[in-house]
Design a binder for this molecule. Sequence first.
Ligand SMILES: Nc1ncnc2c1ncn2[C@@H]1O[C@H](COP(=O)(O)OP(=O)(O)OP(=O)(O)O)[C@@H](O)[C@H]1O
Ligand code: SF4
Ligand SMILES: [Mg+2]
Length: 346
Amino acid sequence: MKLSKGGSEVKLEDSKKIEDGKNDILLEVKGLKKYFTKSSGLIKKRVDYIKAVDDVSFHIRRGETLGLVGESGCGKSTLGRTVMRLYQPTEGQILYRGTDIAGFDKKQLMPYRKKIQMIFQDPYASLNARMTVADIIGEPLDIHKISTGKERQERIYALLDAVGLGKDHASRYPHEFSGGQRQRIGIARALAVDPEFIVCDEPISALDVSIQAQVINMLDDFQQERQLTYLFIAHDLSMVKHISNRVGVMYLGNLVEVTESNELYRSPLHPYTQALLSAIPVPDPAAAEQARRIALEGDVPSPLNPHSGCKFRTRCRFATERCREELPELKDTGGGHYVACHLVDQ
Ligand SMILES: Nc1ncnc2c1ncn2[C@@H]1O[C@H](COP(=O)(O)OP(=O)(O)OP(=O)(O)O)[C@@H](O)[C@H]1O
Ligand code: SF4
Ligand SMILES: [Mg+2]
């Protein structure tokens, strides 16, 4: 038994509650900000802002995968968590099927919790070590009152089967599995409520290279079978190349480039994207000789009170006076290739 069949009832019931959008855009994010606060000073309290996500706008079409890349600390996870409303946004809109859920309370968010799921980087940390696999996968079914008793059990078995595990795994605990198997359990849990949209936060980064392709293929298959939409977060561009229709590059809380996947690899326009791409090892020695490596020195600066102008200017080899003063806007250079750089904006 495949879960997708059993899950169709849930879908019908939900689609009444969630208004259908007017076009094929499932998610549209406008001017999204997520600032964390940090207090310092004993007597004179000072509050500083960690601008983890700082005015980000993008959209994802139904059935599409938008890859999201950038170095550690760029704000990828914060963006993913804010979009699915695990965090309360500081500002901006999150339009899901045309409805702005940015200000929704717990009760209003309930139907969306079912539609939007997450797969985490570290499957061990995200699975409760004291729960059996059956209870881990069954928990979202209980929370959303989807099924009980025999039906619940059948559904758990079907999910295990769908991710390549067996009934006999249901009574075991997370520590009894390999990293790849644990990620399969995480995927089964995310699929349990028959979602439409999944935020995949570095789901393969912690896995052996040999297992990474298996997990990617599995996510790809589920996307086809269940018409899923993914926001796929990864550290480096090589990981998102095959799974993404479009890719967004993030730097210090801002999206600096968004375009169709092939276009990004063929003609990256932002200096940061160019540097990230040049860092990917090229297997062919002749091609490697030709590909000029662009050094990306230092780390991403702190998002605590970031500097003026372009956030990338402290590491950019093309930076000018204008870059110091003016923050470049993300603009369409033609055909949906968006870039935020004064060089491209001339
Ligand atoms: N709950 C929080 N409270 C305060 N600061 C936070 C919190 N979560 C994230 N940050 C800060 O926000 C910035 C962005 O963090 P985030 O985890 O979103 O980056 P990331 O791109 O996902 O990095 P990584 O690739 O390492 O997972 C970092 O400077 C981080 O320290
Ligand atoms: S705006 Fe200036 S500093 Fe920023 S990426 Fe473009 S050239 Fe570099
Ligand atoms: Mg992260």
